[in-house]
Design a protein around this ligand. Structure first.
Ligand SMILES: Nc1nc2c(c(CN[C@H]3C=C[C@H](O)[C@@H]3O)cn2[C@@H]2O[C@H](COP(=O)(O)O)[C@@H](O)[C@H]2O)c(=O)[nH]1
Length: 286
């Protein structure tokens, strides 16, 4: 065991959170597509999340940049600038990928494969419509995630039978938040938080996750943690458990019903001000 969850820190953090606006993020950020066309938004969120992973090169400090943006925001901003090229037929044919993918993005080979798969499968199995995929799931959040991970192998994020499905769940959360009152998505609260590299960093910063000396050394010295290793899975599981406990505390002590996926972005966004590194696992999952 390399991680302990501190209940005192959970109480303190829940207390702070209880005084914040805990509603779903609306994804109206400047680097995201703004459109009244729901299909266009859904497609943009889908294509973006198909390559929403690993924005670091060799360390937490060395991040992909585009214009004034860093990390995932830079990827979204670059996709937004190229939105006219995001045409499923040409993505699936491989023709536009060279132009869509910024050459500076890490894991270019994997991202090319992710984009090709997204284009091909959306066209072949869902008539090129992300909304059709949601219709097929009857807008039931966990079913949308299931359909995505069944049809798009690159989205499958399952380790030792544990379904993390970080990118598929983020896609659903983004669509739900963006649609706001118009959202037909059901059972969004059945999704888990998104076990990426920033959320555990935030939970560690707030003292919720307490790392063993070995893990502290590994992360602070920016030593790579292998994909599918016990350590990687422990970090991801502890993140989910801690987020569930924070939600329990908000409910029991503060009478606030907040789901882990609702709380996810609120805490994720806190990563910006943290100086300690995040864990480094080269992966297409997050
Ligand atoms: N748990 C959780 N993880 C999330 C998100 C988002 C949201 N995305 C954006 C869309 C509009 C917003 O303004 C954001 O820019 C990205 N990530 C993950 O973080 C990592 C990138 O981190 P950094 O290098 O610092 O950008 C990477 O694994 C990415 O997949 C979230 O909401 N929850």
């Amino acid at each position: 065991m390399n991680i302990e969850i501190f209940s005192e820190s959970i109480k303190k953090l829940a207390d702070q959170l209880s005084r914040c606006n805990l509603s779903f993020h609306r994804w109206n950020d400047r680097h995201l597509l703004d459109s009244n066309d729901v299909e266009e938004i859904a497609q943009f969120f889908f294509i973006g999340n198909s390559i929403n992973y690993k924005f670091w090169y060799n360390s937490s400090q060395q991040k992909y940049k585009y214009k004034n943006y860093t990390g995932s925001a830079a990827m979204w901003a670059s996709m937004k600038d190229k939105k006219k090229l995001i045409n499923l037929e040409s993505i699936a044919s491989g023709n536009n990928i060279e132009m869509i993918l910024d050459p500076l993005l890490p894991m270019r080979t994997e991202r090319t494969k992710s984009l090709l798969e997204a284009g091909e499968v959306l066209l072949d199995s869902f008539s090129g419509s992300v909304l059709k995929l949601c219709d097929q799931a009857e807008w039931h959040a966990p079913t949308i995630v299931e359909i995505i991970t069944e049809h798009f192998p690159m989205w499958k994020d399952q380790q030792r039978k544990i379904k993390f499905n970080k990118r598929a769940q983020l896609f659903v959360a983004m669509l739900h938040g963006k649609l706001g009152a118009e959202s037909k998505i059901r059972d969004i609260d059945k999704l888990s938080c998104l076990a990426d590299y920033q959320l555990p960093r935030v939970l560690r910063h707030f003292g919720v996750l307490n790392y063993s000396n070995k893990l502290t050394q590994t992360i602070d010295n920016e030593i790579l943690i292998c994909r599918d290793s016990d350590l990687e899975i422990e970090i991801r599981l502890a993140t989910i458990e801690a987020m569930d406990l924070i939600c329990d505390e908000l409910k029991i002590k503060h009478n606030l019903r907040v789901s882990p996926i609702q709380l996810d972005y609120i805490l994720w966004a806190q990563a910006k001000g943290i100086s300690k590194p995040h864990h480094l696992t080269p992966t297409i999952a997050y």
